[in-house]
Design a protein around this ligand. Structure first.
Ligand code: CA
Length: 233
């Protein structure tokens, strides 16, 4: 997967240290970027000069970050990566359900930031084209057209529910999918509270994929938030 070095990133962040860190990382990797210190300024910039990716701090001085997401989503599908503190899982879930694409927990490193931007760009570009029929994560291949899953070339036998869950994660490869989103997609809207389904089916999938739950290579549990299929090379 190639990155788009000339992509323009807008970061809405009131903390000078985080802006400084973002500036160093983004400029070192050839991104164009601009900063806004308030929600109001950020919204103005998104309208005036739509960026390729928005990095949004949830704790801004003039407006709740959740409200910023809701406002942006009325007119734009630009990828939004939210920044939030550890322990604020509910805020992250709310942001994802309001239309944010992913999140980073402060403090975060350069590699993590760049990986999230890359995934956000990949999904943004995919929206306009037809979705990939074949999704690959390392040795794992999910063929959505044939409904076939292979690992190192060998067919993995999955039940229809296991397949459905894996395919939802695959369509969002690299991105977190919230528990609620997964339950809705796989079991329908009536099972909202049964997040133990997800734990059970994740166990099944990991066993069939030979994945170690302590150090998963494919399906990662994001505690209190959801699951992510790793975007392995
Ligand atoms: Ca802040």
């Amino acid at each position: 997967m190639t990155s788009t070095p000339e992509a323009c990133i807008l970061a809405i962040e009131d903390e000078p240290e985080i802006r400084k860190f973002l500036k160093v990382v983004l400029s070192n990797h050839g991104f164009r970027f601009s900063f806004a210190e308030t929600a109001k300024e950020g919204l103005k910039l998104i309208k005036a000069k739509p960026p390729d990716v928005v990095i949004l701090d949830l704790g801004l001085p003039d407006m709740d970050g959740q409200e910023v997401i809701r406002q942006v989503r009325r007119w734009s599908r630009v990828p939004i990566i939210v920044l939030s503190a550890r322990g604020q899982e509910q805020d992250k879930v709310m942001a994802l359900e309001s239309g944010a694409d992913d999140y980073l927990t402060k403090p975060f490193g350069a590699a993590e930031l760049l990986a999230r931007i890359k995934v956000a760009q990949r999904h943004a570009h995919k929206d306009t084209a037809s979705p990939d029929q074949q999704i690959t994560s390392g040795a794992l291949v999910i063929d959505l057209e044939k409904r076939l899953v292979t690992l190192r070339g060998d067919k993995v036998d999955l039940t229809p529910t296991e397949y459905k869950m894996l395919s939802v994660l695959a369509l969002n490869i690299g991105k977190v999918v919230t528990n609620k989103q997964l339950l809705h997609e796989v079991w329908g809207r009536h099972v909202e509270d049964n997040s133990h389904y997800l734990r059970i089916y994740t166990q099944h999938l990991r066993r069939k994929l030979g994945d170690n739950p302590m150090q998963p290579k494919y399906i990662v549990t994001e505690a209190g938030i959801g699951y992510r299929l790793k975007d392995n090379d």
